[in-house]
Design a protein. Structure first.
Length: 117
């Protein structure tokens, strides 16, 4: 038995599914000052909603709520149904300390103790 669903009903179901995914997922991608919710993510990339997303390219930051998770380089991959698919070129965990290009000793001082003047 074949069932027929009109285009309006099918689009309504897709929108409802996308809204449900947005409510469950707190992850978002930020490019400059623009922030877009992530519908789903996997090891090689992520997907955003096609209706309120811009085409992202280059360096972006990925957050889970307010926690900064990753700094990434992304490229636009495809449009599928109601999603824009992006792939990672580089996917690096964000760090809360500055990156150094030299080896720090294990016994380095934590703070300076003022001496007598």
């Amino acid at each position: 038995m074949d069932s027929f669903i009109s285009d309006e009903v099918r689009l309504g179901l897709q929108r409802a599914e996308a809204k449900a995914l947005q409510r469950k997922n707190r992850m978002r991608v930020q490019s400059g000052k623009t922030s877009t919710p992530i519908l789903r993510s996997w090891e090689g990339g992520f997907a955003t909603d096609i209706e309120n997303a811009q085409v992202l390219r280059g360096r972006v930051d990925i957050y889970d709520g307010s926690k900064h998770l990753y700094q990434c380089l992304v490229i636009f991959s495809a449009r599928e149904a109601n999603e824009m698919i992006y792939e990672y070129k580089r996917h690096t965990p964000a760090e809360d300390r500055r990156i150094v290009d030299y080896d720090e000793p294990d016994d380095k001082p934590i703070a300076l103790i003022p001496g007598e003047l």
